[in-house]
Ligand binder design. Structure first.
Ligand code: PEP
Ligand code: MG
Length: 744
């Protein structure tokens, strides 16, 4: 039996749809909607408030309040009950609005005579567009059914707004997706670029929102869910590790009765099957922005992905929309896996992600491909449309979508200046990095993928100071086989020719979790079972890797470095593994490298205080500044808030590094520095000034660093550092900048 409230709600939706189908201006449509809604719900007032800008709402249409107030009454986010609904994204339902906390009386609307108030957010896929309100004179709370009916109206309004149904005069009625928008995110990879949006997951457009035939829509939904279930089951076969976990969650949702029932209820109230899916998706997105627990957030993401799949089945819109990729594509996505990113390869001019993290695999790949990347660009997938003009400032983590002329010209000036600088760097590519005082600084590059290697000749790097072997493991869905590793390492050595390459053995754990290995539930992964600790406790993979390196070298010299060694004994044990592997290879009659150099990263303060014997024994040391700095200051390198608090040029840190330089020079141990700071020109010259004459960095940094080294008197700079230290400055940065301003 059809519930009366359901049939009322359906009637209202059909009337709304017909209104939309009529030829009318945006304002006229909104007026009709408020009229119809008030009429259908038996309320004296129905009003629509839309966002005029990010934090101002404007009354755009009303039935029941004074018409003079339309486009005049405005409120800030959080102001009054309407502002509260907009800020929190949550309903307000009260019988006595004037006595409600935060109520604000708007005299121009004449609302003092209305007592009850029901306000709901108008939002689409987590994006807030405005607030829909009904009010009555008599004191009463709205029933569950009434709330539900209004929710459905709000949803239709949001969809209509998306389709541009209310475009008209006035700032609040402007077409969406046409305004210039600036989004502030976080730098994933430096560089500035301009191009056109290419959506990794093109938006599904739902045009039929309303139905008069719920039975048919229920059937469509049922068939689509069934199809979805089958496809998830198919994906599950052959899945493993983290992927399996995600798919299990998909299956759980696809089989969830609650999810289905809620969508069926929406259909019974007049929504089409796809509109019902989208309504559920909107609810999940709205929750997502409020949930702090990462596990729950992930599950809401799963639900979101699943809704997208279902929408694609229902609308027949695949990922392939027929749109042509622009010649200068800037990829916009919520997130992307490293393998998918590699598929796009160097075609992309830039990448903007709504999520991601500095240490994520996608960021690692973007860096390898030297593509500017901005992460945490909130709302970008809602705001951007395929083909939109977009400018990406990876240096500052800023994205300009549909920029206006003034932004375009300022941005182009910046790009031109960078291009000029790049030309300067090209002209010094073949020159050695020798300072004004005659010190020779060796500049090497960090790498980890085959995609990095073309940068070796083009950047002017003198070799690879750090080859992060874990990246080959991270970008795949299963453990690579030894044969494949031999092939990869061989290609790396071939590409390097006679330039040296330092291979670092697997550094997993902490932020680098292999998708196909059981994750360790550790309270503090950065201080946990990672890198050499895993390598020594479970030596299988490390042994395979060492063997692969020996075979790839096949007689050529080889440099091996161990990550995260915190005490002498770990180095000794790891070195034994290499020696054992060499003995086995010899026994098997295989060629072994003519010379093997075995060194270690210095990433924990403890190793700086290891015995003299250790320094004499190890063949080289490379300071991993990223980890070393996080442990020195006890500040998580992935946590922007604390990371930025401690300057690399802090006197304590520089003095500590100088101590390491001192110890290595006493024992004659070759020393280098391979953290991110080596690639920042100011930091790099300071490191060189305190005696670190071998720096390994991302390839794009070699030019800028070399250029500054060549213009700097490192002895004089060292005096500047010592003077600042003497004066008790916390960081030497200001003094160094001042010196370089006049002398650099
Ligand atoms: C470091 O810690 O500085 C380093 C180079 O290693 P990773 O960034 O791979 O941890
Ligand atoms: Mg490290």
């Amino acid at each position: 039996m059809i519930d009366r409230s359901e049939s009322e709600s359906r009637k209202l939706l059909v009337r709304l749809r017909d209104t939309m189908a009529e030829e009318a201006a945006g304002q006229e449509r909104l007026d009709k909607i408020t009229h119809l809604t008030a009429d259908s719900m038996g309320t004296e007032v129905c009003s629509v408030y839309l966002f005029r800008d990010d934090d101002t709402l404007e009354l755009c249409a009303t039935e029941g309040l004074k018409q003079e107030a339309v486009h005049r009454t405005r409120m800030k986010l959080g102001e009054g009950l309407v502002g509260r609904v907009a800020r929190t994204g949550k309903m307000v339902n009260t019988a006595d609005a004037p006595s409600e906390r935060g109520f604000r009386y708007m005299p121009e609307t004449g609302e003092e005579i209305f007592s009850s108030f029901l306000g709901l957010p108008i939002q689409r896929l987590g994006e807030k567009l405005g607030v829909l309100v009904v009010q009555t004179k008599d004191k009463r709370e709205f029933t569950h059914d009434e709330i539900y009916a209004l929710e459905v109206v709000a949803m239709v309004l949001a969809e209509m707004a998306e389709l541009g149904a209310f475009v008209g005069e006035g700032a609040a009625l402007k077409a969406r997706h046409t305004q210039p928008t600036m989004i502030r995110g976080i730098t994933g990879q430096e560089g500035t670029t301009e191009g056109h949006v290419w959506l990794h997951e093109p938006r599904v457009v739902v045009t039929n929102l309303v139905t008069e035939d719920p039975q048919r829509e229920r059937e469509r939904l049922r068939t689509a869910v069934e199809q979805l279930r089958v496809s998830v089951d198919e994906m599950l076969e052959g899945a493993s590790g983290e992927q399996l976990e995600v798919l299990e969650a998909y299956r759980m949702f696809a089989n969830s009765k609650g999810w289905r029932t809620r969508m069926e209820e929406d259909i019974d109230r007049g929504l089409s099957a796809e509109a019902a899916v989208e309504k559920e998706q909107s609810v999940a997105r709205a929750r997502m922005s409020q949930v702090a627990d990462p596990y729950l957030r992930e599950r809401l993401h799963d639900l979101d992905d699943l809704s997208n799949r279902l929408l694609r089945i229902l609308t027949g819109q695949g990922r392939e929309t027929g749109a042509e990729m622009p010649a200068d594509p800037i990829l916009v996505a919520r997130n992307i896996g490293p393998a998918e990113l590699l598929d796009y390869g160097r075609r992309l001019k830039g990448i903007v992600l709504e999520e991601g993290s500095v240490g994520s695999h996608a960021a690692i790949v973007a860096r390898a491909l030297a593509i500017p990347l901005v992460i945490h660009a909130q709302r970008i997938t809602n705001e951007a449309l395929n083909g939109d003009h977009i400018m990406v400032d990876g240096d500052h983590g800023i994205v300009h979508l549909r920029p206006d002329d003034s932004v375009v010209s300022a941005f182009r000036d910046k790009i031109a200046m960078q291009a000029q600088a790049q030309e300067r760097y090209t002209s010094i590519r073949q020159k050695p990095a020798t300072s004004l005082c005659g010190k020779r600084v060796t500049l090497l590059m960090n790498a980890g993928l085959l995609a990095d290697l073309p940068s070796l000749p083009t950047s002017g790097a003198e070799g690879v100071g750090l080859f992060r072997t874990e990246l080959q493991f991270l970008i795949r869905n299963q453990m690579p086989r030894r044969k494949e590793l031999v092939e990869t390492y061989k290609r790396v050595m071939d590409a390097a020719g006679d330039k040296p390459v330092v291979f670092r053995t697997l550094d997993i754990g902490s932020d680098k979790v292999l998708p196909y290995m059981k994750p360790n539930d550790e309270p503090n992964p950065a201080l946990g079972w990672r890198a050499i600790r895993v390598g020594l406790d479970k030596p299988g993979v490390m042994r395979m890797q060492i063997q692969a390196l020996l075979r790839a070298a096949s007689g050529r010299p080889l440099s091996v470095m161990f990550p995260f060694v915190a005490q002498y004994e770990e180095f000794r044990a790891a070195r034994d593994e290499v020696q054992k592997a060499v003995a086995i290879e010899r026994k098997l009659g295989r060629a072994v490298p003519e010379k093997i150099t075995i060194g270690t990263m210095l990433e924990t303060p403890s190793l700086a205080y290891a015995s003299k014997k250790f320094f004499e024994d190890v063949e080289f040391i490379s300071i991993g500044g990223n980890d070393l700095k996080q442990f020195f200051f006890a500040a998580d390198r992935e946590n922007e808030r604390v990371r930025r608090r401690y300057d690399t040029l802090n006197v304590s840190f520089l003095t500590f590094l100088e101590g390491i330089v001192q110890r290595c020079s006493e024992s004659g141990t070759p020393l280098s520095f391979c953290g991110e700071d080596a690639g920042r020109p100011i930091e790099a010259v300071c490191l060189a000034a305190i005696g670190l004459h071998k720096l390994s960095m991302r390839p794009a940094s070699i030019g800028p660093v070399k250029s500054l080294v060549m213009r700097t008197d490192l002895d004089a700079l060292y005096d500047v550092i010592c003077d600042a230290r003497e004066r008790g400055e916390q960081s030497v940065r200001e003094s160094v900048l001042e010196y370089l301003r006049w002398n650099g």
